[in-house]
Design a protein around this ligand. Structure first.
Ligand SMILES: Nc1ncnc2c1ncn2[C@@H]1O[C@H](COP(=O)(O)OP(=O)(O)OP(=O)(O)O)[C@@H](O)[C@H]1O
Length: 615
């Protein structure tokens, strides 16, 4: 396949190289990791450790029993009248050890599996809990997303680390027993083993490091691959993919990107395989060197036939185990580095939070919200989305925001709900900075229905109840909210009523029309007993009659409460007490419908344009 050009530059490998120092430093994450595992289930943790300890002694014991059997058999052939019962006892013992070993292996694998599943669930929960504390701004940052993505991958992959580390300790103890046996005969054998395994250890470490660096530096691309896979085959995008004939475009992009990644991986895999074979051959030569020495000792009668099998067996096992340990060590440090991603993610701290001591939230709000020279810029943008904005949203006032696309209306609303904090100036509530109030309390007192509200693939009832999720079992409240937002007529037509699954993702889910969804989402505003209700283009998808009715009802609901409505429809806007006209993030005009018409400025111009359109 021809290699295609990737539209954006491939990432530099160098900046993501991981040094040895970093690898060892990453091992420092292990205690914190074990603490997490311990918290998941102390019982399984301890049980696992105990069984592995017993299992570690079995290889040496088995080899030793084997040696005794051979010596006994040889002795028997020399002195025919020796006791054969002892041999059968030994054979029985070896059989018992073999059975015990497999039983323990199964039990350990079972515990690893259970512990791994619990750990994955627990980590996912922590991931979601932490995500809930973070700022909206952090979610909009691509590097944050890469971190989140890497952390998400940790939730399922960490069981490998778990059994890896436990396995390492088990192997080490096992090697300890065997090595003790070898050392009794000749300590130099141990040195020879170490020399034999070192080359492949170094080789494996090197290649693991390269693999990790590649995978890490390719996080954004792998995220893009996941995204392409998703939009190429999903119910949400199927419509547009078909109509616009996008599948070829998406597949091409996926193919070229995945091909480039494959090629990079292949280079590493091939050199790893080549070098691995060579370095392991060196190890094998070391092993046979020692074997020759052992055989010569047996031939010259210095050691028994049993000793020969015991030594050869121990030597083979120590080498295999050591190789395993060293190999595992490099993948262990790699896993530990991945773990760093998880801890890095947990270490991200939100910038928007409640102060240590909070001010009591006014109930009712007396003076209202005051914007004092407020300015705000999105982190990934050079432009001020809002600048020099000063106005008052009085208690009980109904304010409409008007302005062309991108004027800053939604941004203003997000600042009110403290999804962002102003970069300049401040917003006061009843005379005090919004930042002095408890964040949760502020948000509880503000109900916002965003333009891009979420269509939860859950029941119709839950889709309304999300406005005040603690009240999700309060059916009368859900139904009243539905009546007010006209969602009741939508739900009446659903076979499952309020329990009807919405969206087509699960089971017998039903899809709603755009306007029907909007009525359901609007119900959320009525669920919430908020002091300030904000609707961002709440009726854009509604037909004219429904829009009229919604606003009649909204008027009565918000009596005595403050409300902010963003709309491009002037029939809606004119009902507000005052209208704030934004242009390029700054305030252009503010006043009632009639005041602004009289002023004959931008509002009058836009109003005239729309009115003429209806004539
Ligand atoms: N998350 C974001 N990151 C960067 N820039 C953003 C982000 N959201 C909005 N902007 C930019 O900020 C400006 C104001 O956007 P905002 O959504 O407040 O406009 P709006 O008046 O609500 O527009 P519309 O009528 O189209 O809904 C726009 O130029 C937009 O491109």
């Amino acid at each position: 396949m021809a290699k295609k050009e990737i539209p954006h530059a491939a990432p530099a490998d160098t900046k993501d190289q991981v040094s040895w120092r970093e690898r060892f430093a990453a091992l420092g994450n292990l205690p914190a990791f074990f603490k997490l595992v311990w918290e998941v289930s102390p019982g399984l943790f301890l049980g696992n450790a105990a069984l592995r300890l017993i299992r570690a002694a079995i290889p040496a014991a088995t080899l030793y029993v084997g040696k005794l059997i051979i010596d006994q058999v040889v002795g028997l052939s020399r002195h025919a009248n020796d006791d054969t019962n002892y041999i059968w006892w030994l054979v029985g013992a070896e059989f018992g050890l073999a059975v015990l070993s497999t039983a323990l292996a199964r039990a350990v694998a079972l515990m690893d599996g259970l512990l791994g599943d619990l750990f994955a669930n627990q980590t996912s929960i922590r991931l979601m809990e932490h995500a809930a504390t973070l700022d909206l701004e952090q979610f909009e940052d691509a590097t944050f997303y890469d971190k989140l993505e890497r952390a998400r991958r940790q939730t399922t992959g960490r069981t490998v680390l778990l059994s890896g580390v436990f396995g390492q300790v088990q192997e080490l103890i096992s090697v300890g027993f065997l090595a003790a046996g070898l050392a009794v005969y000749n300590p130099w054998l141990l040195l020879l083993i170490l020399l034999a395994v070192t080359p492949s250890f170094i080789g494996d470490n090197y290649f693991n490091q390269r693999s990790y660096s590649l995978s890490r530096s390719w996080t954004p691309e792998r995220r893009e691959l996941d995204y392409l896979r998703f939009i190429g085959a999903s119910d949400e995008t199927a419509k547009e993919v078909k109509i616009f004939g996008l599948s070829g475009f998406l597949i091409d992009r996926f193919r070229s990107l995945s091909w480039e990644y494959y090629l990079k991986n292949r280079v590493i895999a091939i050199s790893r395989a080549g070098w691995g074979t060579l370095l392991t051959a060196l190890g094998t030569a070391g092993y046979y060197g020692a074997y020759v020495w052992i055989v010569m000792r047996a031939v010259s009668g210095q050691i028994s036939l049993g000793d020969l099998t015991f030594l050869a067996g121990s030597f083979r096992q120590v080498r295999a185990s050591l190789e395993g340990i060293l190999l595992q060590f490099s993948s262990l440090t790699q896993e530990a580095i991945y773990l760093q991603d998880l801890f890095d993610y947990f270490a991200i701290k939100p910038l928007i939070h409640s102060p240590k001591t909070t001010r009591a939230f006014p109930n009712p709000i007396r003076e209202g919200f005051v914007f004092e020279n407020v300015g705000f810029k999105y982190t990934n943008s050079e432009r001020w989305a809002l600048r020099n904005l000063s106005f008052t949203l009085q208690a009980g006032e109904k304010l409409a925001l008007v302005g062309e696309n991108g004027a800053g209306k939604t941004t203003l609303v997000k600042l009110l709900a403290r999804l962002y904090d102003p970069a300049e100036g401040r917003i006061l509530l009843d005379g005090y900075d919004l930042r002095e109030y408890d964040l949760m309390e502020l948000r509880r007192n503000i109900g916002v229905i965003f333009q891009d509200y979420t269509r939860f693939k859950m029941s119709a009832g839950i889709n309304i109840a999300v406005g005040d999720i603690d009240e999700r079992t309060n059916q009368p409240r859900i139904e009243t909210s539905a009546q007010r937002s006209l969602a009741d007529t939508v739900i009446a037509k659903l076979a499952g009523g309020y329990d009807q699954q919405l969206g087509r993702s699960f089971g017998k889910g039903v899809e709603l029309s755009g306007g029907e969804w909007q009525k359901v989402a609007l119900g959320r505003a009525y669920m919430r007993d908020a002091q300030l209700i904000i609707l961002d283009e709440p009726t854009a998808a509604l037909d004219a009659r429904a829009e009229y009715e919604v606003f009649q009802r909204f008027g009565t609901l918000t009596d005595g409460k403050s409300s902010v409505i963003i709309s491009h429809r002037f029939s809606t806007v004119r009902m507000a007490d005052r209208i704030l006209v934004l242009e390029n993030g700054t305030l252009l005009e503010i006043g009632s419908h009639y005041e602004l018409l009289e002023k004959d400025g931008r509002y009058a111009e836009l109003f005239g344009l729309q009115a003429r359109g209806y004539q």
